[in-house]
Design a binder for this molecule. Sequence first.
Ligand SMILES: NC(=O)C1=CN([C@@H]2O[C@H](COP(=O)(O)OP(=O)(O)OC[C@H]3O[C@@H](n4cnc5c(N)ncnc54)[C@H](O)[C@@H]3O)[C@@H](O)[C@H]2O)C=CC1
Ligand SMILES: O=C(O)CCC(=O)C(=O)O
Length: 427
Amino acid sequence: MTSHALPSYLNPDDLGPWGQYLQQVDRVTPHLGNLARWVETLKRPKRILTVDVPIERDDGTVAHFEGYRVQHNLSRGPGKGGVRFHQDVTLSEVMALSAWMSVKNAAVNVPYGGAKGGIRVDPSKLSKGELQRLTRRYTSEISMLIGPTKDIPAPDVNTNEQVMAWMMDSYAMIEGNLSTGVVTGKPISLGGSLGRREATGRGVFVVGQEAAQRRGVAIAGAKIAIQGFGNVGGIAATIFADAGAKIVAVQDHTGTVLREGGLDVAQLHAYVAEAGGVKGFPGADATLERDAFWDVESDILIPAALERQITADVAQRLRTKIILEGANGPTTPEADDILGDKDVLVVPDVLANAGGVTVSYFEWVQDFSSFFWTEDEINARLTRIMQNAFGAVWTVAQEKKVSLRTATFIVACTRILQAREVRGLYP
Ligand SMILES: NC(=O)C1=CN([C@@H]2O[C@H](COP(=O)(O)OP(=O)(O)OC[C@H]3O[C@@H](n4cnc5c(N)ncnc54)[C@H](O)[C@@H]3O)[C@@H](O)[C@H]2O)C=CC1
Ligand SMILES: O=C(O)CCC(=O)C(=O)O
């Protein structure tokens, strides 16, 4: 007897990120052969934890925030994936982000399942003390799920090395041991890895080089537009600019700045550190209305902010040759189809932004062995893994005549479901 009745918390008509992920799974299913009988596994997160996170505000009042940790799939190893603090975090979003982690970790073949966490909060409205109390309470509430061999969080939107240090310390207080391996993306002084802060942007650059070479685009002189100037977009901007590309437009949550001849990325970083965003940058030729960002002509577009930015309407308007998805889930399935018809090469999130988790894996390995590598070693290994993953996906895409997204899902879901099958279901 089989039952495919959905658990009550899963909406098959979800119109948010989870629904977007389900459509991506439907596209890979015909390519999974006999493993397709296991595909339902991918459509149901293994574990979902929703937590209430109360904190005492500086003014003495008590505030409550909703937090989540979702472990999507653990067939290939412990859960792994970041923690997001953002006012728009929803369970649908965290479920999708955890599922994309399963696919990403399998695509670059690091020995992890997929997980993700988040709190619905605008951290810019909290003092540093409130942020620390929020992080510590959240860690305590999810402590039964996480651990160095169970589930290992890391930074995502609006979380950073300091937040990871507080998470590690809170967990260590509960466990009574050092526990550096419980989170990655930590400060170097606390078992963090050289190169982790830059790793996602560097990985975007490595796959960007591979894609550009196959599309006959020279990186030197290429026009690049970037949405998001944080950890991923900001570092990618620096590395591409250092390689001779022109960063012609940058958009963040404060505004959009433009310079035909290329923005001075170092000056833009210095300005953002002071001003809190790109709006008002004096080194720009012009500023744009938010929506006009998508009309800027470029050779390479890097969405590096949030999900569902490239909709069907945006895809129709885009004038670019290559999209490197630094963000998770920036392109809807309808937009994917339009971009395919327009022959725009989309390097999907689950491949393009996998550099971060790859160096997180290096950090975890270094913490276990208490033996730390040089930055050159880390960058060389990262580059090799990203190039090999891109090459394998490219070959599948050519053979099966599918998009790079579906090809990445073919490679990754095959690995996940093979592990699921060989483990078996019986006690
Ligand atoms: N940090 C990491 O290692 C990894 C992050 N990612 C993904 O990359 C994306 C960005 O993450 P991070 O750079 O870490 O976050 P971050 O918090 O460092 O930066 C986020 C950036 O997005 C901008 N932004 C926010 N809302 C926006 C909006 N509505 N329009 C335009 N820009 C907006 C912010 O101003 C900021 O510049 C997310 O999708 C994240 O899941 C993916 C892999 C690893
Ligand atoms: O470094 C990690 O463990 C995960 C980073 C992350 O959240 C992501 O790749 O989306």
